[in-house]
Design a binder for this molecule. Structure first.
Ligand code: TD3
Ligand code: NA
Ligand code: ZN
Length: 308
């Protein structure tokens, strides 16, 4: 069924694992993610960004997610990723989403609180949960781009005040991650001291890690081998994601790793099969690659297998 993340996060927090939140944009990506979660017997968050709504048309995305629920009977959260204002959150809540993010992290602290509370006050009476963000990610992806200078990590005391004043259900924090494939200039590192402080001040409260793709080198190499050009791409080592899941992180956002899996598979297929022009062949390879990537994440990184 379509569910909220409330109970899923509670169990994830208690057992020290995290739930993958995978971005969806078309049929093959949804099918790949959902078959992986079914095989791993894992709870699942399918998240839709503003870019995905523009690309696929919200009606198609909603129907595709409903098909996934009907086909697998998995507990699936339908989540709005990076909601930009109250309107888009209201629209998605009215449209049957079970969870929304209001991303007001670019606003001053008090305005972030006010807008987040406005969304919470609309969502909760309708049985929908809310994710907010405090602190700014660096990095560029879709229309989420924050100049590195402005990237400010989450202040632990502010985080506690923010949660108390908004009633929000989960909080995306900034501890060094960023969106996209170029997350670190040099050695990857996250501010675990800060994460531990935040989770100590918010015991039992679900934290969210954005920009959590690993950008696995074999996929970068495969992309570059078959005509791609993404030198120096790197992300968050999987060990760090596992560590974060032990300190209150219950939701891990993954989009770039799916893109790299799908793109490298399609590039390879087109290179190896110059005479093929049936889209089902390369889209099918892309779907399979997404499925394998999500199985890997669930089984080897997030720890949410066999939880349903
Ligand atoms: O935090 C993330 C994904 O982060 P990553 O780029 O590490 O996969 N997202 O919220 C997905 C971003 C959607 C717009 O591109
Ligand atoms: Na989100
Ligand atoms: Zn994000």
């Amino acid at each position: 069924p379509l569910v909220t993340s409330k109970e899923l996060f509670k169990q994830a927090y208690e057992k020290g694992y995290a739930i993958g939140a995978f971005n969806v944009n078309n049929m093959e990506i949804i099918q790949g993610i959902v078959s992986a979660a079914k095989e791993e017997k894992s709870p699942l968050i399918l998240q839709v960004s503003a870019g995905a709504r523009k690309y696929a048309n919200p009606i198609y995305l909603k129907k595709l997610v409903e098909s996934a629920v009907e086909d697998t009977d998995l507990p699936i959260v339908l989540h709005l990723d990076h909601g930009e204002d109250f309107e888009i959150c209201k629209q998605c809540i009215d449209d049957g989403f079970t969870s929304v993010m209001i991303d007001a992290s670019h606003l001053p602290f008090e305005e972030n609180i006010a807008l987040t509370k406005k969304v919470v006050d609309y969502a909760h009476p309708r049985g929908v949960v809310v994710e907010a963000e405090l602190g700014k990610l660096a990095g560029i992806e879709d229309n989420i781009s924050v100049d590195a200078k402005d990237a400010t990590y989450t202040n632990p005391e502010e985080a506690r005040e923010f949660v108390e004043k908004t009633g929000v259900d989960s909080l995306a924090i900034a501890i060094g991650t960023s969106h996209g494939a170029y997350k670190f200039k040099g050695k990857p590192e996250l501010d675990f001291e800060r994460l531990k402080k935040i989770s100590k001040l918010l015991p039992g409260f679900p934290l969210v890690l954005h920009g959590a793709s690993t950008v696995l080198s074999e996929y970068v190499e495969a992309c570059n081998k078959f005509g791609g050009d993404i030198p120096g791409a790197q992300g968050v080592p999987e060990e760090m994601i596992k560590e974060a899941a032990k300190h209150g992180v219950c939701k891990v956002n993954i989009d770039t790793d799916l893109r790299l899996a799908m793109t490298s598979a399609i590039r390879k297929h087109l290179h190896d099969n110059p005479s093929n022009f049936d889209p089902r062949k390369y889209l099918g390879e892309g779907r399979k690659a997404v499925e394998n990537m999500v199985k890997h994440k669930i089984g080897n990184v997030l720890g949410s297998s066999d939880q349903i």
